[in-house]
Design a protein around this ligand. Structure first.
Ligand code: DON
Length: 307
């Protein structure tokens, strides 16, 4: 088996020379300001060692990667009842699409497209004021990453709100079908803020440990979720984590992973590693170009594909 330290270093080295980096997201103005020439990678291994390269200590907006964490929290809160409100099938449509909602009576296809994640966030508001629900999400992310310094980038949250016309449409649509139970502005306030959590690759790789290691934090006697739940969340990451690019990502990389328009991808090699990559340039589906390439190279070199 190749040495992970040199594999990580070589990937960062070779990608630093690439000029085809996609385009940064512009529909959230604050994300459009992020310099494109950045790439970071962090790999947390089963033995507790972490290997990093490139801009692994630079904070970025985790965006839709947060949806893996809110899904975990919502399942903890309502269990399988969540699936009466949100489906578990790939959508094959862009992450912000509204078309399927009309055909499917306001029930989103899966928890990772925007509509599904907004419905998941609604679940987290039960019995809570928006600030409390957000506090619960942030506390959970700090706990799984073992890092109390993780915070929300208020500039990004404000920027998302100012241009969140499509998300507002999705939320109103679902509210009309009673898929949302709370006021749309409360739900979207919490949603925009959890998408605006800022983390580094190192912090994100730490946060993904429970998904990679059967619900547990390796080396610590802590169980975050059951192994069955970790497996099921990973299955959804594999089938839906890259929106209408999920099939291609599974074909190329073969790992459960969740992407975000900030350019981050959290991937898990079950039982082997939790991996975070970040590069802000995106492809046409809103997934990081260099991040996907890095994971493709890493999975191939380490033979980590689940297939
Ligand atoms: O709601 C949005 O559009 C963003 N806060 C999150 C979208 C996202 O990250 C989709 N990713 N590829």
């Amino acid at each position: 088996m190749p040495d992970i330290e040199s594999v990580v270093a070589e990937i960062a080295e070779s990608l630093s020379r690439r000029t085809d980096r996609g385009k940064v997201a512009t529909y959230i103005p604050e994300l459009a300001r992020v310099p494109i020439d950045q790439f970071g990678i962090a790999v947390f291994m089963a033995d507790g060692k972490m290997f990093v390269a490139g801009d692994a200590e630079t904070p970025f907006s985790i965006q839709s990667v947060s949806k893996a964490f809110t899904l975990t929290l919502a399942l903890g809160k309502v269990g399988d009842r969540l699936w009466s409100r949100v489906g578990r099938e790939p959508s094959g449509d862009p992450f912000n699409s509204i078309v399927q909602l009309e055909y499917e009576k306001g029930k989103p296809r899966n928890p990772f497209i925007n509509a599904g994640a907004i419905a998941v966030t609604d679940t987290l508001l039960a019995g809570h004021a928006p600030k409390e629900a957000l506090g619960e999400i942030l506390d959970f992310v700090r706990f799984i990453a073992d890092d109390d310094t993780i915070s929300i980038d208020e500039h990004v949250a404000r920027s998302e709100k100012q241009t969140g016309f499509l998300n507002t449409a999705l939320a109103n649509y679902m509210r009309a079908f009673k898929v949302l139970e709370h006021p749309v502005d409360h739900v979207l306030g919490v949603y925009f803020h959890h998408c605006s959590i800022a983390m580094t690759c190192r912090q994100l790789a730490m946060a993904g440990r429970y998904l990679a290691f059967s619900g547990r934090l390796p080396g610590q006697n802590v169980s975050v979720v059951s192994s069955e739940r970790a497996r099921r969340i990973s299955a959804l990451m594999l089938t839906c984590g890259h929106y209408d690019g999920s099939g291609d990502f599974a074909f190329r990389v073969g790992l459960p992973a969740k992407s975000g328009v900030g350019g981050a991808i959290l991937a898990v090699a079950p039982g082997k590693a939790s991996i975070a990559v970040w590069s802000p340039g995106l492809d046409q589906n809103g997934n990081s170009v260099l991040g996907s390439l890095a994971l493709e190279q890493l999975a191939k070199a380490m033979r980590w594909s689940v297939f």
